[in-house]
Design a protein around this ligand. Structure first.
Ligand code: C5P
Length: 323
């Protein structure tokens, strides 16, 4: 069976990857750029319910709120949006969104015809520079939240200040800090400098909800992945896709994820909007993608036919999970 067929059914292993991807993984393990030192357990056999309850308890959503140094001294308590991200969409009725769609940027979503279905959700999450214009039939045109990595803010090619991709939506940015989170060190040397552009954007567009994920949140998600995997996973943060899925499980009662676990349209085309081919985009090199996807497969409540035909996973929102 192919790696994707195994992803539809259950456990996967790095040994199923091509030698090139296995070597890339090993190089990242040896480099250990973020100085990861995992001290927790490994419980690879937890049930779906146990896994959901662990995620609900351990992956408590956290954004930089200006209450800690060095951000407090810089006045971030007044710079960040006054409403916390988890309350933003539940001001009137306490329940938040009923149905949500997470649309990954995978090439496999091309020719899916899923656009209409995606747009019927109360909220739609997209990633980085993924466009809707010209791809509506396959990806829809509604965007409620966009998760962006720090490269989007720091690299001029993305035109963060002027591109319409980043307007009229809630923005959630992230950047990996060292594993032993030290906010002073992170502020002094982020992976890509997101702090300047963030401050500038908040001042220019104070009404736009725009948050920075707390690096401890990102590493807590990583801990859950490693803690539920037998193999040693890449010591790098989870992908934006995994972060986005977990964010929507906080904000929504039900989450549909599209083309994270690949459908039968699986392709080496990295993104639906770019002519660039690399299997690492789907199976991982830097990010522990294969293991993230296996974990999401374990908590999927939808049928295997949804995976094959639509690349669709169905997940319960945390508010509906009783632990
Ligand atoms: O590449 P980028 O991070 O912008 O893509 C958004 C997310 O979509 C990724 O973080 C990953 O979780 C998912 N993705 C995928 N397979 C691909 C491309 C992206 O699972 N081929």
């Amino acid at each position: 069976a192919s790696v994707v067929q195994r992803l539809w059914r259950g456990r996967v292993s790095a040994g199923m990857l091509t030698p090139r991807l296995q070597r890339a993984m090993k190089d990242y393990l040896n480099a250990n750029k973020h100085h990861v030192a995992y001290k927790g357990h490994r419980r690879p056999a937890q049930s779906a319910k146990e896994l959901l309850c662990q995620l609900k308890a351990q992956a408590r959503l956290r954004t930089v709120d200006g209450s800690e140094q060095p951000f407090s001294a810089l006045g971030w308590a007044h710079l960040v949006p006054p409403v916390p991200l988890e309350q933003l969409h539940r001001q009137k009725d306490q329940s938040g969104f009923k149905t949500c769609a997470v649309v990954t940027s995978a090439g496999a979503i091309l020719h899916s015809g899923l656009g209409k279905e995606i747009d019927t959700h109360d909220a739609v999450l997209r990633f980085n520079a993924a466009p809707t214009e010209g791809y509506e039939k396959d990806v829809g045109n509604k965007t409620t939240i966009r998760i962006i990595n720090s490269q989007i803010l720091a690299n001029p090619k993305h035109r963060f200040n002027t591109s319409s991709l980043y307007k009229n939506v809630t923005l959630v940015a992230w950047d990996p800090a060292p594993y032993a989170v030290n906010l002073h060190k992170w502020f002094a040397s982020p992976d890509y400098n997101l702090f300047g552009p963030y401050v500038e954007r908040r001042k220019r567009h104070p009404a736009q909800p725009f948050y920075v994920l707390h690096p401890s949140y990102v590493w807590q998600l990583w801990d859950v992945i490693q803690g539920n995997t037998q193999e040693t996973i890449q010591p790098n943060p989870p992908s934006s896709g995994f972060i986005g899925i977990l964010l929507m499980m906080v904000l929504c009662e039900q989450v549909h994820v599209y083309e994270y676990i690949p459908s039968m349209r699986q392709t080496d085309l990295c993104h639906y909007h770019e002519r660039y081919y690399d299997a690492a985009c789907t199976l991982g090199a830097y990010h522990p993608l294969l293991y993230e996807k296996s974990l999401i497969q374990r908590i999927n409540t939808g049928p295997e036919s949804d995976l094959k035909r639509k690349g669709r996973v169905t997940l319960p929102g945390f508010s509906t999970v009783n632990c």
